[in-house]
Ligand binder design. Sequence first.
Ligand SMILES: NC(=O)c1ccc[n+]([C@@H]2O[C@H](COP(=O)([O-])OP(=O)(O)OC[C@H]3O[C@@H](n4cnc5c(N)ncnc54)[C@H](O)[C@@H]3O)[C@@H](O)[C@H]2O)c1
Length: 316
Amino acid sequence: MTKIGVVGLNYWGPNLVRNFNDLAELTWLCDLDEKHLNPVARRYPNARATKNFDDLLADDALDAVVIATPVPTHHALAKQALEAGKHVFVEKPPAMRAAEIDELVALAVEQDRVLMPGHLLLYHPGVLKVKELIDSGELGEVLCVYGNRVNLGIVRSNENALWSLGVHDLSVILYLLDEDPELATAQGSASIHPGVQDVVFCFLRFPSGKIAHMHLSWLDPHKMRKMTVVGDQKMVVFDDMEPERKVTVYEKRAGSAGELHSGDIYIPKISTHEPLRLECTYFLELIDGQHDKSKVARDGARVVRALEMLTNSLDA
Ligand SMILES: NC(=O)c1ccc[n+]([C@@H]2O[C@H](COP(=O)([O-])OP(=O)(O)OC[C@H]3O[C@@H](n4cnc5c(N)ncnc54)[C@H](O)[C@@H]3O)[C@@H](O)[C@H]2O)c1
């Protein structure tokens, strides 16, 4: 069984701990803060608990490190873990700047280790279904994609809506289109904490001519977790707020005067497996030599590059 250590045990880390404890051998738990370390350590007494990340790196028997610490720490912790010969799962986004992620990707290749960013939605059966519909040609030529991730939610003072909410949608858009944007611009407004945008609108254009848009906000009357893909034949909506009808496909027909009418609407069946469980399983399979480990690392780098373009535009 693959031996796993998890670092960062406050809000999100315990979800990763639960899954890796079921799927692998959880051997280390690490958090700088005893307040977050101790309750998790009590729940998983078979794992060793430490406040010092170096303890994990010094354990030759440890195969992989799972990083769920704040974003600014990701690059340094992932770098140390790869240098120590560990496989790395690092929460999203895996780094803050393109140069940092490029360094991590190169290091993972050099060390022949897995570097998997935690882009959870890429393991969501609904997103996989949308990808299948695009790749099979069922939608025809994809023209545009747009995401809405808005609601009245947690107001962060250290991270804007692009970084907090947008990374999810950005990872999905880039995965669906499989292209790097040639243009990525963002505009936003900061009304609660100065300099921290609560509402962000992003526009991306790709070399193929496809365009994409993201509306991100924690200051909105709607609660939406939605991604829409418009093809020249059919359109599809992935709606994560829907308990059952996560994916809906819309056909269209042309009227006699060239106008467009709605056609049949259908709901493909998708699996109800927990995306986080699927994501953790994928990491373990990558360690076992299944799948293409260089692809997940490259996908992560693509997200950080686009995020950097959007951030530069937002700050300009
Ligand atoms: N995939 C998802 O849907 C999802 C959801 C929420 C959060 N996240 C990601 O998970 C990560 C953690 O988010 P969170 O909300 O749990 O953060 P948090 O700030 O609540 O917790 C981070 C923990 O890391 C610890 N920590 C910080 N630096 C450390 C170090 N050097 N060594 C050991 N421990 C250290 C802190 O003490 C804290 O307990 C972020 O990257 C976030 O983007 C992902």
